[in-house]
Design a protein around this ligand. Structure first.
Ligand code: ATP
Length: 218
């Protein structure tokens, strides 16, 4: 059986070292064969965006280049309709078959909001979920909405070996190097004319400058 494949979706507006460490440490801690990054398409309500989905995709491509274990999936960016994670996982199942173990990677803040995701319960039929600790967001049953706490209790995997034992259905947690970096914080820095250097890869910063994204005045 091939190694589990990590699936990492996000807005990546812009991609930063918190994302990169999450993906890198997930591989080591969860025994993944690799991580497929899937930048979200452009949400329709954002209006004329200053940063397009294509530009967010480009920044993810630049920051992940050179890591053999990372791949980038442009499927959501290239779809005009809003793509829900459950749709994307169904597409991946059609591509990869039902036996491959898939592990949806989420930060603790995203996991707490899982019950608001489209067809959220169906996610567990399609993949495992692995939750990364994130500063300020405890991963404990008491802090979860009731329905999610029940799923967590039923599905919690004591260790990463459970991710190989079945193609989907478990919930694992993992502790990553705690980095209080957020895309919101980076956008604020840029809007104020301050540098996000060392919070994002240089290749991302170069791209932001080149295209004058986020009202950059650097
Ligand atoms: P924003 O500040 O715009 O909400 P973000 O920094 O949270 O953005 P997203 O693209 O929304 O980035 O996040 C994609 C995924 O990465 C989510 O599952 C999120 O929880 C996780 N993530 C982002 N930053 C970190 C971090 N510093 N530590 C752990 N997980 C993170």
């Amino acid at each position: 059986m091939s190694e589990p494949l990590g699936i990492f979706g996000g807005t990546f507006d812009p991609v930063h070292f918190g994302h990169l460490r999450l993906a890198e440490e997930a591989i080591g801690q969860l025994g993944l064969g690799g991580v497929r990054w899937i930048p979200a398409g452009q949400p329709p309500h954002r209006g004329a965006p200053q940063v397009t989905a294509q530009q967010r995709l480009e920044m993810v491509l630049r920051s992940t280049a050179g890591n053999d274990r990372f791949s980038v999936d442009a499927g959501e960016v290239e779809t005009a309709a809003p793509s829900y994670t459950v749709d994307t996982l169904e597409r991946l199942r059609a591509e990869l078959g039902g036996d491959r173990s898939l592990v949806l990677l989420v930060g603790a803040d995203a996991f707490v909001g899982l019950t608001t995701w489209h067809r959220w319960r169906d996610l567990f039929a399609l993949s495992h979920v692995a939750v990364a600790h994130r500063p300020g967001f405890p991963v404990e049953v008491a802090s979860l909405p009731h329905e999610l706490a029940t799923e967590f209790a039923d599905r919690h995997l004591a260790d990463a070996a459970g991710l190989r034992a079945a193609p989907a259905g478990g919930i694992a947690t993992f502790a990553m190097t705690q980095l209080a970096i957020s895309a919101t914080g980076i956008r604020k820095l840029l809007a104020a004319g301050d540098s996000p250097r060392y919070l994002v890869p240089d290749s991302v910063l170069d791209y932001i400058r080149l295209h004058q994204l986020y009202r950059v005045r650097l």
